[in-house]
Design a binder for this molecule. Structure first.
Ligand code: PGA
Length: 269
C-alpha cells in the first residue's frame, strides 16, 4: 500500500488526477471505476480543467460507478447518475453509453442488477483504475461494516451513520433511500489498480483502520491491504491517526527518487 500525505485536499486531488492522466497516456481506452461523494469532486474538477485545455480525453474510455441508490429514478437530482453527470460526465468527452451505474429500473428485480453489472464489467475487460472514497465507518462503495470481504455487486441496507452523513443532500420532506446497489468488496478487489482518497479529520479513524488496522469486515476498507496496487492519498487531517506516518513520508520520498531515475515503474501496463 502506497500512502502519500499532502498538506491539503487540493494537492490530493492534483495527485489523483495525475494518476488518472498517467493511466490515459498508457491506455486511452482505459476502464475506470468512479466514485461519488464529496471527496472526489475536486479530482473531477481538476480532470475537467485538464480536458478543457486539451490535455486529456475520455472519448475512448468506459466507466463503472461503485454504487447507486435503490428506489429513486436515474433522472432524480439525488441519484448518483445525476451526480456523475453534473460533476463530471457533462463536462468531458466520455460517451454517455459507455458510462455505467448499478441502477435498478422501476419494476426491475434488484437482485438481478448485481450479476448483470458484474457481467458488463467482465465484458469490458475489467476495471483498470478504481477510484474510492472511504466512509466514516470504513465503508468503500456502500459496503457497510460486516459486509463480506468476498461480496459481489448486490443490494445493501445503509447504516444509520451513512444515512445521516448523506442526509445533508436531501431536503426534510424528500425521500431518502435506505437501500443501494453497490459493487462488492470482491468486485472492487479485482480492479487492477486502486486509488483511495480521504480528506478531513472526520476520516482519520477510518483511515487508520484501513492502513494500520487488522483486516476485518468491520472496517471494509481494510480488505485493501490484500490488494497489490493501492495508492492512498490523504491530507494532513485524514492522516492524523496514523502511527507510521514518518515511514510513509520516507517511502514516498524514496519512491519519488526512483521514479525520477527510472520512470514510473508503477505505471499501468
Ligand atoms: P464522502 O463519502 O466523500 O462524501 O465523504 C465517502 C464515502 O462515503 O465513501
Amino acid at each position: 500500500m502506497e500512502v502519500v500525505i499532502y498538506p491539503d485536499a487540493e494537492r490530493v486531488a492534483r495527485h489523483g488526477a495525475g494518476l488518472v492522466e498517467a493511466m490515459l497516456k498508457v491506455k486511452p481506452d482505459a476502464v475506470f471505476g468512479f466514485a461519488t461523494g464529496r471527496t472526489p469532486i475536486a479530482l473531477y474538477r481538476r480532470l475537467v480543467e485538464r480536458h478543457r485545455t486539451g490535455a486529456v480525453s475520455f472519448a475512448r474510455t468506459t466507466s463503472f460507478n461503485l454504487d447507486e441508490y435503490l428506489g429513486i429514478p436515474a433522472d432524480s437530482p439525488q441519484s448518483y447518475r445525476s451526480f456523475m453527470d453534473r460533476e463530471f460526465f457533462d463536462h468531458v468527452d466520455i460517451e454517455r453509453e459507455n458510462t455505467h451505474l448499478p441502477a435498478c429500473a422501476e419494476g426491475e428485480n434488484p437482485q438481478r442488477v448485481g450479476p448483470a453489472y458484474e457481467a458488463r464489467i467482465r465484458a469490458a475487460g475489467g476495471i483498470d483504475l478504481q477510484i474510492l472514497g472511504i466512509g466514516h465507518n470504513g465503508h468503500i462503495g456502500f459496503n457497510e461494516p460486516s459486509s463480506s470481504l468476498a461480496s459481489r455487486t448486490r443490494v445493501k441496507t445503509l447504516t444509520r451513520r451513512t444515512l445521516e452523513a448523506n442526509g445533508r443532500l436531501f431536503a426534510a420532506d424528500e425521500f431518502q433511500p435506505r437501500l443501494a446497489i453497490t459493487m462488492g468488496i470482491g468486485t472492487i478487489m479485482e480492479a487492477r489498480r486502486i486509488l483511495l482518497l480521504a480528506t478531513g479529520a472526520a476520516k482519520a479513524a477510518a483511515v487508520a483502520g484501513l492502513v494500520e488496522g487488522p483486516v476485518t469486515a468491520m472496517c471494509p476498507a481494510s480488505a485493501l491491504q490484500w490488494h497489490e496496487r493501492v495508492t492512498v492519498l490523504l491530507d494532513e487531517a485524514a492522516a492524523a491517526q496514523l502511527r507510521y506516518r514518518e515511514y510513509y513520508d520516507l517511502a514516498h520520498r524514496e519512491n519519488r527518487a526512483l521514479k525520477e531515475r527510472f520512470g514510473d515503474f508503477y505505471a499501468p501496463e
